[in-house]
Design a protein around this ligand. Structure first.
Ligand code: TXA
Ligand code: MG
Length: 339
């Protein structure tokens, strides 16, 4: 049985206490953050965390992010807090930034997928923060079945998990729309493992140059340091293609591809920043921020409308554009058409 807890009109401390009790009773509670919805469980309780992996169908070696509401909690979770972590946390927490640090004894193996590092973030969402304060540090991957697009609305979580988890807190649409930026501070130099809701440029303004892990732009790889990178991601049922290049040429190429696919008898969906004739169209918005916010919703919505192919417009890899293109290319299984 799943309880849907409505908090679309804002924080309700009485309802938070009910959800917090669920967390402390080893139950699963999906909740909104500023990035995407998370599927939460008590991060320090191995059997609770195990349930997250089962519910998502997530491979056991893909570790979870622990969500905290107070910087002091970091001292319980990390063996060591490097100076860069302090600087970044001070500047960007609460916010869409996850730090990978040496893991403390208190964190169970299941949570970190057996790694000796731990990923931690403080989300910038009143519901998430209250839930954590009323319970404990909360492990939460994105609240989607493994391999599906991340959820930016409670409806997406309901589609994937209704009847399979104890509670879903509906806090309306998430603001950022792509997951947090993940920075590894345990290797020789700070390394970007996943671009996300906090632009890389802003991080570099604080700690200087950050190395970019090759998997961020490239193909799926099999490496131990960033286990999440090797799995299928963000995939709707339809086949996704992404068109990249200079803006005007991209638009022309999209129109051309629509005709081509349709002539083969396929139903075509387009997600782009400008209205395009197709069987289904999703307007991603004008700014990079709007595109990030709408990206996952667009994939789910076009899928729901039953198209065979989804053509996505590639955008510039600046600011949130780096995260957008990382997600879009993965969703496309790296089927990229150059315009
Ligand atoms: O915005 C977000 O980060 C959302 C919300 C709910 O907070 N959460 C999220 O979690 O995106 P998830 O599980 O979908 O993605 C976590 C990513 C994965 O790519 C995982 O491999 C990586 O973080 N990760 C977690 N722990 C790690 C570690 N110790 N070392 C390297 N990568 C780690
Ligand atoms: Mg995820």
């Amino acid at each position: 049985m799943t309880v849907v807890i409505n908090m679309r009109d804002g924080l309700d401390e009485r309802k938070i206490r009910i959800a917090a009790r669920f967390i402390l009773e080893e139950k699963l509670v999906a909740f909104p953050t500023e990035t995407v919805y998370g599927l939460g469980a008590d991060a320090l309780n191995a059997s609770a965390v195990k349930r997250i992996f089962e519910a998502k169908g997530r491979p056991a070696d893909n570790p979870l992010i622990i969500h905290i509401a107070d910087f002091n909690d970091l001292k319980r979770l990390a063996r060591e807090i490097p100076e860069e972590a302090r600087l970044l946390a001070e500047k960007f927490w609460p916010g869409p930034l996850t730090l990978v640090l040496p893991r403390s004894e208190e964190v169970p193996d299941v949570t970190t997928g057996g790694l000796d590092t731990v990923a931690v973030r403080m989300p910038a969402h009143p519901i998430a923060l209250s839930l954590i304060r009323a319970s404990t540090p909360v492990a939460a991957p994105s609240a989607n079945i493994s391999g599906r697009p991340s959820p930016t609305l409670a409806e997406h979580v309901i589609d994937d998990f209704y009847g399979r988890i104890e509670a879903i807190i509906d806090g309306g649409e998430t603001k950022v729309g792509v997951e947090s930026t993940v920075i590894d501070l345990t290797s020789e130099r700070p390394t970007l493992l996943r671009p996300g809701g906090l632009p890389l440029e802003e991080i570099e303004n604080v700690i200087g140059e950050v190395e970019i892990h090759p998997a961020v732009k490239g193909k799926l790889v099999d490496i131990a340091r960033a286990p999440g990178m090797k799995y299928r991601h963000y995939s709707p049922n339809a086949q996704v293609v992404v068109v990249e290049g200079p803006r005007e040429r991209v638009r022309a190429k999209i129109r051309e591809l629509v005709k081509e696919y349709r002539s083969e008898g396929l139903r075509v969906g387009v997600m782009a920043t400008e209205e395009t004739e197709a069987d289904a169209f999703f307007h991603l918005g004008k700014t990079t921020e709007e595109v990030a916010r709408n990206l996952f919703k667009a994939l789910r919505e076009l899928d729901r409308r039953g198209v065979d192919v989804i053509i996505g417009e590639g955008i510039e890899e600046k600011g949130l554009g780096l995260a957008v293109m990382n997600r879009l290319r993965k969703a496309a299984g790296y089927r990229i058409v150059r315009a």
